[in-house]
Design a protein around this ligand. Structure first.
Ligand code: HEC
Length: 131
């Protein structure tokens, strides 16, 4: 029968289109580059200062002539050390880490991301060097 023949052709075409139409590429989700690449030594100027100054995240308020501590590249180290914001004996108590930390911090102006907080803590545990 002619209609049957046409019908089975249509069904066949639909079935085939199911297998061919939905082609997709698997796109690897892009992860942001880690703040401190594995195996690298943490560097104050390369890894830590940019956390504060990129997009003026912290320096919009903690800049030259702004609220202390001054977190701009040239002033940050002396500012946070002279204000006693680093606790070498108990790194997680350091105010520069604890106060703006994402989960428990009470600095409601702005917080670190989890990655940023982890990098700050790592830097303090590593001796809070001006490197
Ligand atoms: C919108 C303005 C603003 C931004 C942005 C901001 N802060 Fe603050 N920050 C303040 C103010 C105002 C104070 C002082 C009052 C207070 O402690 O809440 C302060 C206080 C602090 C203190 C405590 C200093 C002390 O005397 O104990 C630290 C540490 C700090 N900020 C770190 C940061 C960091 C790190 C960032 C970026 C993640 C940041 N702030 C972004 C406004 C800001």
């Amino acid at each position: 029968m002619k209609t049957n023949y046409i019908l089975s052709y249509v069904v066949f075409a639909i079935v085939i289109s199911f297998f061919t139409a939905c082609e997709y590429e698997f796109v690897e989700p892009k992860k942001p580059a880690p703040i401190v690449p594995p195996g690298d030594t943490i560097s104050f100027s390369l890894n830590i200062v940019p956390i504060w100054s990129n997009s003026s995240k912290c320096t919009s308020c903690h800049g030259n002539g702004g609220t202390a501590p001054n977190l701009t590249a040239s002033a940050a180290y002396s500012s946070i050390t002279s204000m006693g914001l680093i606790d070498q004996a108990t790194p997680e108590n350091s105010l520069i880490y604890k106060y703006p930390s994402p989960a428990t911090g009470t600095h409601n102006w702005k917080k670190y991301t989890a990655d940023e907080a982890a990098a700050i803590l790592l830097w303090i545990e590593d001796g809070a060097k001006n490197n």
